[in-house]
Design a protein around this ligand. Sequence first.
Ligand SMILES: [Zn+2]
Length: 292
Amino acid sequence: MGYVLRATASNGDIRLFMAVSTDIVEKARKIHDLSPTASAALGRTLTAGSIMGLMLKGDKDNLTITMNGGGPLGNVVVCSNSKGNVKGYVSNPKADLPLNSKGKLDVGGAVGRNGMLTVVKDMGLKDPYVGQVPIQSGEIGDDIAYYFVVSEQVPSALALGVLVDRDTTIKAAGGLLVQMLPGANEMLGDIITFRLHEIPPLSSLIAEGKTGEEILNMLFDDMDLKIYEKIDIDYVCDCSRERVERALIALGRDELLKLKNEDKHIQMQCHFCDKTYEFDEKEIESLIDSAK
Ligand SMILES: [Zn+2]
């Protein structure tokens, strides 16, 4: 479990989302056996995904973030819903890189910078909303902030941090999204950018035991900070045998017959939670019957 605080500052001109997501990133690390760099990349994206999920308007809306930068991690994929619950995976969870020139995990290098950041929002309409921007740094926070500016025309800053311990477990993770609402004084943006650079990294503050409330107070206590909601978030996979069956049936009769002839047994693994679903010959036959 983790949480996100919704807040405003400067008489509502600034919208804030502060996430503490340590346990969620640790859960993802355990499920996928992530390398430290993979933990940082997926953890940052999960944290951002949770915040972006909470910004969705409808209860049943959901969104998917995909980064395909061409780096050794392959694709980084995160899905989230309007409750802020998330799930995700990277194509190559064991890929790792040496620390970068600043002595930090080289997330940008591992994600890669030759590709697109894509956000798909399913809002129950016939066609989903698709927003896409070229990946800038591959460090994820900058990339998603750039997406907000270009695709949604909202000036935004997004700080994301994952601190990996020596034994590769997750010591701390969190994120802070700052958005300027239309009509806000442009000076405010400069002040906030300055303050975000002045404070220690979010993940270090969380590792020291600072709460989300305390971090928001450090940054905005003289700016009419109002924290008005605390929402629990978690890593949740909603896969089920029924869903896997539906996906198999959707392959069609011919494809299923082919699978049955190749092997009398089908094994399907969920990308998000690594759960395995098995189908024996009899069960495959009943799927074939359903796939008219
Ligand atoms: Zn699953």
